[in-house]
Design a protein around this ligand. Structure first.
Ligand code: CTP
Ligand code: CA
Length: 225
């Protein structure tokens, strides 16, 4: 394959990554979800494995496969994603949350298919747990990296997520930028940490993942040295 950016050496390190959308069931045949393709998380898993890290990928439903050597744990809902992440996180050095976790789930899951009735249907939703925030606020958290998909005030919202969730780093992208993000093979990121920031220009997601991983490795080494 074409020579990419130099990868950091992550041998001996374990990286836990969440990826893809979650699906929140409404009844046996319906769910609430989003358009996340999972591409960014899978690209990060791939380059982390190439950098010799042990990689655990907790993924919502996607059409993507993983290279041999990457441990993939498939999940459906946010609750399942949280439970699998919490079972793995204690043995991890770095946690990267790329998943587009549904912020809310239906308050109740009907046992049977909901039948068509009135002209209007009102559903009640309850907030899902914030997986990234729970990991970052553990007594001994791993180096924790979040993503922020924003359509406006990108830097402002990203910085408030970095601070409110107590993250080590956040990678923000403007989903309003034509042709970038979600289902695209390309993306651009504004990466922010406590005492620095870096703009990664629009590029293929695998290349972008390698550049982001280099920033992660540098700040991780600083924090743990
Ligand atoms: N995240 C998570 N669990 C959730 C919601 C979000 O782990 N229940 C993670 C995402 O994987 C991402 C980061 O939190 O790394 C930010 O997600 P985002 O949707 O941008 O922010 P929210 O905190 O959910 O706030 P909002 O959607 O209102 O912008
Ligand atoms: Ca959200």
């Amino acid at each position: 394959s074409a020579p990419g950016p130099a990868l950091p050496d992550l041998s001996g390190k374990t990286i836990l990554i969440t990826a893809g959308p979650t699906q929140e069931a409404l009844d046996p045949v319906r769910y609430l979800s989003n358009h996340s393709s999972g591409k960014m998380g899978y690209a990060l898993a791939q380059v982390a494995a190439q950098a010799n890290a042990k990689v655990i990928l907790v993924s919502g439903p996607t059409n993507l496969g993983v290279a041999p050597g990457i441990t993939k744990i498939p999940v459906t809902s946010a609750a399942q994603m949280l439970s699998e992440v919490m079972q793995q996180v204690q043995q991890c050095d770095i946690f990267i949350a790329t998943a587009a976790v549904a912020d809310y789930r239906p308050a109740t899951v009907a046992d049977n298919k909901i039948k068509k009735k009135d002209d209007e249907l009102t559903l009640t939703f309850v907030k899902n747990p914030d997986i990234l925030k729970q990991v970052a606020n553990l007594p001994t958290p791993p180096f924790t990296v979040g993503f922020a998909a924003e359509s406006q005030n990108v830097e402002h919202y990203a910085r408030s997520k970095l601070n409110l969730k107590k993250l080590d780093m956040i990678a923000a992208n403007n989903i309003a930028t034509a042709g970038l993000g979600f289902n695209s093979d390309h993306n651009a990121l504004h990466v922010i940490w406590r005492d620095g920031e870096h703009h990664l220009p629009p590029q293929p997601k695998v290349q972008l993942a390698a550049e982001l991983l280099s920033l992660v490795a540098t700040q991780f080494n600083k924090k743990t040295s």
